[in-house]
Write a protein that binds this ligand. Structure first.
Ligand SMILES: [Fe+2]
Length: 258
């Protein structure tokens, strides 16, 4: 059976749906992308949000997100970005945590594949880190299922994206993650957010793919922050029983209005 996973990232929502971020109303972009997912991937197995869901980190925002995702009840997985509140996430998405205490992680397994969500937030900081405890938890998970193809999700990319201002705030312990991935060749894919644009790279033998934002998009390869004009997007991951996979980014048409 093919597993279909939709990834949404960097929604940057506010409890007030009219509020804007850099002149962009993020809530209408969120509802637009959800409508596209409903139409295009009616048989989605898991809907994964990879961080920066609530820009205001407000409990009311997470509550509103959960209501908006009611169609996918029981299939929603969520991990934090740098703009998120772990306590609020755990309150509103109580099934979101299965790993080290105080972190917000997830694991979903089938016979052939598993997806694991990692928590790279360092509270109050823009760069990310996984930390020793979480890496040990991940190592144990991978050692217990060496034959299971694995897709890891985390907010902060463990690769550079050719924009110095973003590369300074990437995953700081990417070398530790690289060593772990190299020791466990069943990790074939790593999906990230944080950079608000689509980038492809590698970590050891694993392919790393970042996904464009639902909220305000960033223009690629810039010295400083520049807002791009593309619409909101989601990424579809298709994981096949023999370990092959395919993925594509699906954009909505609405341009950024400035
Ligand atoms: Fe973000």
């Amino acid at each position: 059976m093919t597993h279909r996973i939709v990834q949404l990232t960097d929604c940057h929502l506010f409890s007030d749906p009219a509020k804007t971020l850099r002149d962009i109303a993020t809530w209408p972009r969120f509802t637009e992308v959800l409508e596209k997912v409903r139409r295009q991937v009616p048989d989605v197995d898991q809907l994964v949000l990879t961080g920066d869901t609530a820009h205001d980190e407000d409990l009311a925002t997470y509550d509103a997100v959960r209501k908006e995702l009611a169609d996918w009840e029981g299939r929603v997985r969520i991990i934090p970005g740098n703009h998120d509140n772990r306590a609020a996430l755990r309150t509103v998405f109580p099934d979101a945590s299965c790993g080290p205490i105080d972190l917000v992680t997830f694991q979903v397994s089938w016979d052939d594949w598993q997806i694991i969500g990692l928590d790279s937030q360092q509270p109050g900081e823009l760069p990310g880190s996984l930390g020793e405890e979480q890496l040990t938890w991940l190592r144990n998970l991978l050692q217990s299922a060496p034959e299971r193809h694995t897709l890891l999700f985390l907010h902060h990319p463990p690769i550079t994206v050719q924009s110095p201002w973003l590369d300074r705030i990437r995953l700081l312990d990417s070398t530790d993650l690289e060593r772990l991935v190299s020791d466990h060749p069943q990790v074939v894919l790593i999906g990230c957010g944080h950079v608000h644009q689509e980038v492809v790279g590698s970590l050891g033998r694993a392919t790393v793919l970042t996904t464009p934002s639902v909220g305000h998009p960033f223009r690629p390869r810039t010295e400083h922050i520049e807002i791009d004009s593309v619409g909101p997007a989601y990424r579809l991951w298709e994981l096949f029983p023999d370990g092959r996979w395919s993925t594509q980014v699906m954009y909505c048409m609405s341009p950024v209005m400035k």
